[in-house]
Design a protein around this ligand. Structure first.
Ligand code: ADP
Ligand code: MG
Length: 441
């Protein structure tokens, strides 16, 4: 039917694909379609869509709608196995305007919403630890590795430095470390070094004795190190800590002992330190705004969290996760046009997960139809690599090819090996990688 390579690519997609010819007869079904609908392809191939609807295999057909109107459509469908899916059909025309195929991609609605409901209703039954653990939503291997590492270091008392752009989830992981550590029942104290004026930061961290400065409380005040005793202290945006405080912090990290401001009696603390920054600390060390000795103390176990644009597979998952969350929170019931997800996958997400969460909340609240559509998106988003619906087959296949190559490269590390495994010449791989802007790590 199609060239072999094209079939491999279609088979490798996470989305379900169903293709009908110009008569509406099923000519291709990929394995993701079977996974999502639970309908074996034999029940669809060679059969006209009319017949498929008559036999009750699907409730109604997007293919027939596309054939009638010559335009793309998105519908909710119920299939005979009880699954509810979102189907988008796109017409593909020949150069002289004849309908050649109708390409439909399907996504699972019931699976996502059922999962979410199950998660909600089971929450009470989950163990205390799980219930309190923050949920990390991700399907990408790099985040799974981070979670694994986080859970492993959580068992120890090692000092952890979380690195990554703003909004990637550093605080989520700091929490996860604490909740999975033997200190889980003890306090978790967070301090954002940027948010507190540097004059106050010292008294926040170390506390003060009575009468140590004007305006100080009579009875003195414990600092966060004391409050965190026995537990974990999370120093967020550590790169913004003033130099003179860095020296004091270093002393705490060396001896686990400190003085309140104006105090003469050293105080012992038992704390685990996690810090985080989105800055390049080695650059700050060169500029002499960060102490090298403190850096080595904090950087015992560095954990790097990749930006969202480097884990494209997480984009749809997070979008649906926040869609559900905000639908529930704001008592709405809006869906999302798969085209929007395509735009999301091309977008840079400089604000990472925080940005996608905020955008989804806004879209859920402001959507005035049942579907969030491409036209609801901020215009700036569409300019940065978005494209207009309906997307042609060529573009779809290019997208798929790009993802396929990226996955192969990620899995096999070098272009040479990746090319061999997927059965193309290394030079072809290099050329295509260049075309799609894929870089070897
Ligand atoms: N993998 C994830 N799954 C679900 N929510 C996430 C995930 N990563 C981040 N978030 C959410 O995104 C927002 C930003 O995360 P945060 O940990 O504050 O980022 P950072 O500290 O790196 O700036 C928070 O609301 C957080 O709950
Ligand atoms: Mg943060």
């Amino acid at each position: 039917m199609f060239p072999k390579e094209m079939e491999w690519i279609l088979e490798s997609l996470f989305d379900g694909i169903y293709i009908a010819d110009h008569r509406g007869v099923g000519v291709f079904v990929n394995c993701a379609y079977e996974r999502i609908t639970r309908i074996p392809r034999q029940r669809l191939l060679g059969k006209s869509m009319k017949q498929v609807v008559e036999e009750g295999i699907v409730s109604h057909s997007v293919t027939l709608q596309v054939m009638e109107t010559g335009q793309s459509h998105t519908i909710r469908q119920r299939v005979e196995t009880g699954k509810e899916i979102l189907a988008t059909g796109n017409p593909v025309f020949s150069t002289d305007g004849q309908l050649l195929w109708v390409v439909t991609n399907v996504r699972d609605i019931s699976e996502l919403s059922a999962l979410y409901e199950e998660l909600q209703s089971n929450k009470a039954e989950l163990s205390k630890l799980q219930e309190e653990s923050p949920t990390v939503i991700s399907v990408s291997p790099c985040i799974k590795d981070v979670v694994k590492e986080v859970k492993r270091v959580a068992q120890t008392d090692s000092t952890v430095l979380l690195l990554g752009e703003s909004g990637v989830g550093k605080e989520v992981f700091a929490n996860l470390i604490h909740k999975n550590s033997p200190r889980a029942k003890q306090p978790f104290v967070k301090i954002n070094c940027t948010a507190i004026p540097s004059g106050f930061l010292e008294s926040e961290l170390f506390g003060y004795e009575s009468g140590s400065f004007t305006g100080a409380r009579r009875e003195g005040k414990p600092g966060l190190f004391e409050i965190a005793d026995g537990g974990t202290i999370f120093l967020d945006e550590i790169g913004d800590m003033p130099l003179e405080l860095q020296a004091k912090l270093l002393r705490v990290l060396q001896d686990y002992e400190f003085y309140r401001i104006g105090g003469t009696k050293p105080r012992k603390v038992d704390i685990r330190v996690i810090s985080a920054t989105n800055q390049d600390l080695s650059k700050k060390i060169k500029e002499k705004t960060f102490r090298a000795d403190l850096y080595y103390r904090l950087n015992v176990v560095p954990i790097q969290i990749p930006p969202l644009r480097e884990r494209q597979a997480d984009i749809p998952v997070l979008a649906y996760h926040f869609l559900n969350q905000y639908n529930i929170q704001h008592q709405r019931n809006v869906g999302i046009d798969p085209q929007v997800i395509h735009v999301f996958q091309d977008y840079q997400w400089e604000g990472n997960v925080r940005e996608i969460a905020n955008l989804m909340e806004r879209l859920v609240v402001t959507a005035n139809e049942t579907f969030i559509k491409e036209t609801d998106l901020p215009p700036a988003m569409l300019q940065s690599g978005g494209f207009a619906a309906p997307m042609g087959l060529k573009r779809y296949l290019e997208e798929a090819e790009k993802k396929f190559l990226e996955n192969a490269l990620q899995e096999h590390q070098s272009m040479r090996r990746a090319a061999r495994v997927i059965g193309i010449d290394q030079s072809t791989f290099v050329r295509k990688a260049k075309k799609y802007g894929i870089n070897a790590k």
